[in-house]
Design a protein. Sequence first.
Length: 411
Amino acid sequence: MEIAKIIEESQRFLMNTYNRFPIVLVKGRGTRVWDSEGKEYIDFVGGVAVNVIGHCHPKIVVALQKQAQRLIHVSNFYHIEPQIKLAKLLVKNSFAEKVFFCNSGAEANEAAIKLARKYSKTFFREDRYEIISTLNSFHGRTFASLTATGQEKFQKGFEPLLPGFKYVPFDNIDALKDTISSKTCAIILEPIQGEGGVKIPSGDYLKRVSQICKENKLLLILDEVQTGMGRTGKLFAYEHYGIKPDIMTIAKGLGGGVPIGALLTTEKIASVFEPGTHASTFGGNPLVCAAAIATLETILEDGYLLDHCRRMGKYFLEKLVKIKEKYPEIVYEVRGKGLLIGMELTMEGASIVKACLERGFLINCTAGKVLRFTPPLIIVEEEIDKLTITLKEIIEQYREKRLFNTVGSLN
Ligand SMILES: *Cc1c(COP(=O)(O)O)cnc(C)c1O
């Protein structure tokens, strides 16, 4: 089918919930994807931090093929071997003792919010149910996760939201202390705010949050949906900060591309969920678990990939810092951990994303002005060089246009 026709049908039959670029992606391999016209792109979006080991990694493909021939779905009325194996792997490689599987990040947070309330009502009091979240956070689009999301732009039009949430500025300990009351049961936050613009908390913020939780017997819920699965150079971002969450949610990179989410917690907290309290039809089905096992095993092999991620992240960041130093009037700040990297501009980023796309690079812009890079963790120096050289050219061109007062598209 001709491209114009595909796009026309896409707009005709799909709800208008995404601003899609006018290309149709049909194939992927490693760090590359191809569109329907055969044009190749280097992928610095990685399906928004999902394709951690690259597109169509042979280990995932084989695992999916084998599992698809054996058993795809049966429901959680029965024991499922790949689900048990995946849970065991996650427990072995984290703070957790128990795992609950679902299908997305929002659902994992939904489960976390339910679990925190049930725990507090069981071990404390009926009226101890408030959850403190941070401003500028992102936790998903379902009602509880949307309420936890501290950004009005996502909530507008859907009120009334879920009762029992309070918001504090991210990276501000005093505001957090002031907001805790006898009704508070938990704090939910991302170790690094992803969607909010790759905001990295300063110094010992997370450590102090963890201490405050302990002192007040609050549960610390870490949303590692974006930061987890090796993205920041450790399997989970909390490992950088010398803390342990009480509940952690993961999704995005967990299945390496298949939809799966999970909640991880301790034995004691998990004990308040009994048969019937929470469930998911698809959660942890054999097919997605097979892909997640392949993904996790690949990430953990010899620690090679995590080390590579840290090195590439550092290399990438250094290149971006050079661009910032050269064009301070266009680049405001560069920040990142591992391969979760943000470049905050002094202008809207959409036109730069478009210019990159035209030159064969997928990048993303979040929070309006922050170019976000979340490539597969297998990305190499040469690819980072290609992108940063192109970015520099685009910014240079933009600056010239601006100097000559002919701002507009960067085609
Ligand atoms: C993407 C994201 C979510 C939502 O995940 P979905 O799978 O889209 O529901 C939640 N929290 C964080 C931190 C995210 O980055």
